[in-house]
Design a protein around this ligand. Sequence first.
Ligand code: RP5
Length: 183
Amino acid sequence: RAWIAAARGRGGTVETETAVEGAPVAIIMGSQSDWATMRHAAETLDALAVPHVVLIVSAHRTPDRLVAFAKGARGAGHKVIIAGAGGAAHLPGMAASMTSLPVFGVPVETHALSGLDSLYSIVQMPAGVPVGTLAIGRAGAVNAALLAAAVLALADPDLAGRLDAHRARQTEAVAHRPRDPEA
Ligand code: RP5
């Protein structure tokens, strides 16, 4: 779909556009530097044919953009938000504070503290404003996309079938015995 390509940008860059109306999943991240991690969420959604938009929304560098995005997310047609951030990673929690859509947080790995800072910043939300927190790094990004798809699949039997097929392919790809590493 052309509009997905437009929203995601090309060559590893992300265009900072307004949210595309109607995309059920919005992937937001605090910085261009998060894209190396968050692109795994986008690729996973691509594989499942789940429409999504990708936006840079920084809680501290573009706070007005965050408010506009989060307060407008439901009206824009989004159903699930995936938010990735590193360091003092308040983006997922701040987004969750301004919308009752489900928010999945992905802690991005950092140089200084290996992503533990990101994890702790995202995971320990006080009771009342939930952020579903995933693993640090690529695994978290992939699983956030799979969880987002699972939420959407509750009301989309075709997507549920694609998710089951994805899981089956994963199972079939596991060898019974380990191979020696390539020389
Ligand atoms: C956070 O600060 C971002 O989510 C990113 O993980 C981190 C570093 O950002 P840059 O300095 O690389 O832009 O806001």
